[in-house]
Design a protein around this ligand. Structure first.
Ligand code: ASP
Ligand code: MG
Length: 405
């Protein structure tokens, strides 16, 4: 069981968490609980460090941020002990969570279960600090913001758990963000691949790496509310989909800018030189479209987050000569809207249906990118809500799905 920051924000809430944990335990389970830092603790630690330096030491940053979770594990153990249960807390390193030697976004390399196993055997409830681990050299690392999900999944896999339940402040994974679309519906089930697309496309419910780990170890994941007893969303391998339904959900992102280079030379290295220059600045690019204009020239468009636009334009301007383009233009206030669903892979015409629906509402599609189970379009941000409503309707997302057994 993993509980996020909002769920453990106060001692009062920890009592509620304890209720759930005790219930699970009393039902005959061995239970490992992974917790986040309380409330906005991590944010305030980040801002304190920010008062000292613009670029605080990454090693010390990890030492600092890992303290948040350490507070929660001790308090939750105390609550459980006070209520008559055997409970014992473990920091990441005590729990044997080894990571690669990368600060602030380390990947888990292995988990040594030898200290926790005997505790589970003798019936203790084990409480582990999420979001942290230790390198071979003994340095504390963290797994990236939101990384407690990943700790939970990795521990569940290492212990061969039946399932991993992520308790959070929403009731599950929705067809799209309910704050934007009234008719958004909570999904009963979603596949790993679909969830990965949704997570990377900004659905925000789960740390994408957690989904990746769950997929690799075939672990059943459940996202549910720690504030209600409503059934959550199950994330697993195969999820059935009615023949008539090929889309599971909509993901979207705002704040998108499109940059276009006109008159690039039509040769084999031109495009790689542009992206090398951008990559050297660690700028993430997303959708890419290249058009051949004639034998000599092409045009190249790509999207970047608006926050890095200035930086992107600067690099390209500085290297105008080397990159040999004629003109650079950009367009801001765009959004990316994506349909996601594994049914798409075997159902032709889904993309056509999407474009048709958008065209019907006068929404111009400016760029397109696809994968086997996703179609993304770039549109004007002012049309985002209309696009979401339209696509939600077109693909019947408000209607109940059939559920596999
Ligand atoms: N406390 C960390 C964060 O706020 C990790 C987590 O909550 O998953 O990002
Ligand atoms: Mg989270």
């Amino acid at each position: 069981m993993k509980f996020g920051g909002t769920s453990v924000a106060s001692v009062e809430r920890l009592q509620k968490v304890a209720d759930r944990v005790i219930k699970k335990k009393e039902a005959g389970n061995q239970v490992i609980v992974v917790v986040s830092a309380m409330g906005k603790t991590t944010d305030s630690l980040v801002s304190m460090a920010g008062e000292i330096s613009d670029r605080p030491s990454k090693r010390e940053m990890d030492v600092l941020l890992s303290t948040g979770e350490q507070v929660t594990i001790a308090l939750l153990s105390m609550v459980l002990i006070e209520r008559g249960y055997d409970a014992i807390s473990f920091t990441g390193w005590q729990a044997g969570i080894r990571t690669e030697a990368v600060h602030e976004s380390a990947r888990i390399a292995s988990i040594d279960t030898s200290l926790i196993r005997p505790q589970l055997k003798k019936g203790s409830i084990v409480i582990v600090a999420g979001f942290q681990g230790v390198t071979e050299d003994g340095a504390i690392t963290t797994l990236g913001r939101g990384g407690s999900d990943t700790s939970a999944v990795a521990l569940a896999a290492a212990f061969g758990a039946q399932r991993c339940e992520i308790y959070t402040d929403v009731t599950g994974v929705f067809t799209t963000d309910p704050r934007y679309v009234d008719k958004a519906r909570k999904l009963k089930e979603i596949s790993y691949d679909e969830m990965l697309e949704m997570a990377y496309l900004g659905a925000g419910v789960l740390h994408p790496r957690a989904v990746e780990y769950a997929k690799n170890s075939h672990l059943e994941l459940v996202v549910c509310s720690s504030f209600s007893d409503e059934e959550g969303t199950v994330i697993k391998e195969e999820v059935s989909m009615e023949k008539t339904k090929s889309v599971r959900g909509l993901a979207f992102e705002k704040n998108v800018t499109k940059v276009t280079l006109l008159g690039l030379p039509n040769n084999v290295t031109a495009v790689s030189r542009v992206f090398d220059a951008i990559a050297a600045k660690h700028i993430n690019i997303d959708v890419i479209v290249q058009n051949v204009l004639d034998e000599a020239r092409t045009s190249l468009s790509f999207t970047v987050d608006h926050d890095v636009l200035d930086e992107t334009l600067d690099v390209l301007r500085e290297q105008e000569k080397e990159l040999e383009y004629h003109q650079m233009i950009f367009e801001s206030e765009l959004a990316k809207v994506s349909i996601v669903g594994s049914g798409m892979a075997s159902n032709p015409g889904v993309a056509a249906q999407m474009f048709h629906a958008l065209a019907g509402k006068g929404i111009k599609v400016k760029m397109i990118s696809t994968s086997e189970i996703k179609v993304s379009t770039i549109i004007d941000e002012s049309k985002l809500l209309l696009a979401l409503d339209t696509l939600h309707e077109t693909f019947h997302l408000a209607e109940e799905e059939s559920v596999s057994l």
